[in-house]
Design a protein around this ligand. Structure first.
Ligand code: CMP
Length: 143
């Protein structure tokens, strides 16, 4: 069983899309084992996006992700990392397939409504940045 980190970004929250996005993961059969709304500060944002530090869009990305509250989640399931990445679609929503979150709900790379970990290693790092172990729940899910 894998766990991955998912974050509904400020534009997703502001546009009232949190329920729609969460619902897609629930309907798929993935299990939400942790969830919180928070307003990220610059320090956490820079840690989360550390791999993009040298990219030209880094400052704009940090401004954007700290511009309003986000919904952070830990999503669990078989192959959860790749299943969730497939469900959210390509980073550039203009290229994301219809049926994916970004393909259906977004137009701009800079405002692409959702983030999800790209590997098991990133998932472990990102989950530990946002959640303490006792904020992640072990409970029975009924299919
Ligand atoms: P995300 O999956 O959260 O990972 C990095 C984010 O950087 C990405 O989604 C985009 O929101 C943002 N970003 C902004 N500009 C670019 C770009 N040119 N290429 C890739 N990511 C970008």
């Amino acid at each position: 069983m894998e766990r991955t980190f998912v974050m509904i970004k400020p534009d997703g929250v502001q546009r009232g899309l949190a329920g729609e996005i969460i619902s897609r993961f629930e309907r798929k059969g993935l299990k939400i084992v942790a969830m919180k709304m928070l307003w990220i500060g610059r320090e956490l944002a820079e840690q989360h996006y550390a791999e993009h530090k040298e990219k030209p869009f880094f400052n704009a990305l940090i401004d954007y992700i700290t511009s309003g509250p986000v919904v952070a989640m830990v999503v669990e399931g078989r192959s959860a990392v790749s299943v969730v990445r497939t469900m959210i679609g390509k980073t550039n929503p203009a290229e994301a397939a219809p049926g994916t979150v970004r393909g259906d709900l977004a137009m701009d790379t800079g405002r692409n409504v959702v983030h999800a970990s790209d590997s098991l290693q990133s998932a472990e790092r990102e989950i530990s940045l946002f959640f303490k172990p006792d904020e992640i729940f072990d409970y029975a899910k009924v299919d």
